[in-house]
Design a protein. Structure first.
Length: 194
């Protein structure tokens, strides 16, 4: 029976070196998990920080307050004699009712305060046009942009480029109202040429 305790001692000696080996493996596994967790957290942070602008805009739009509704300022009707088309002697008249789209109700009050000057400048602008210029949708849009620029110059004091004859690319840029412009758009509720 002396052999039995010897076998137990031998088994205990073999088990003793196995414990440090298993501790070493456990430390390596825990270390790998920690390194992977840190790397994953860093990758998430960097990817979240470099998110495409569209995703950020969508998230901001969801959490942002709804924009204020625009205010429309309807002007009285304008009736003007147009310049005759080249080669024609007959006089043609235009009647139109423009409306201003504004984002700030205070601008609507400013429009009322400057109404004589605004109407005067719009009359000058309208009477300088020919029927052929105004008979197309592009001509109406150009007139709308020109009126917006003239009125914004009165209200804001900043001169705007005229949308005269120039290349399509710069004309497209003139068609956009700036965020600080008092008048965002000029819309026609009536537009008649006779």
């Amino acid at each position: 029976m002396a052999k039995a305790p010897a076998k137990q001692e031998q088994a205990a000696e073999e088990a003793a070196p196995a414990k440090p080996k298993s501790k070493l493996i456990l430390l390596i596994v825990v270390g790998l998990i920690v390194v992977l967790a840190i790397g994953g957290g860093a990758a998430f942070f960097l990817l979240k920080k470099k998110a495409p602008a569209g995703d950020e805009e969508e998230a901001a739009a969801v959490h942002a307050k709804p924009e204020a509704k625009p205010t429309f300022v309807k002007l009285e009707a304008f009736t003007v004699k147009l310049l005759p088309d080249e080669g024609k002697q007959e006089q043609q008249f235009m009647q139109t009712v423009p409306e201003f789209k504004v984002l700030n109700p205070q601008v609507a009050e400013n429009v009322k305060n400057y109404m004589p000057e605004i109407r005067h400048n719009i009359l000058l602008l309208l009477s300088s046009r020919r029927p052929a210029e105004l008979s197309t949708p592009q001509g109406m849009e150009k007139l709308s942009v020109d009126i917006r620029n003239v009125v914004n110059q009165i209200l804001d004091g900043t001169p705007k480029p005229k949308s005269g004859k120039h290349d399509k690319e710069s004309a497209h840029d003139d068609n956009k109202a700036g965020p600080d412009d008092s008048i965002q758009a000029v819309l026609f509720s009536t537009f008649i040429i006779q």
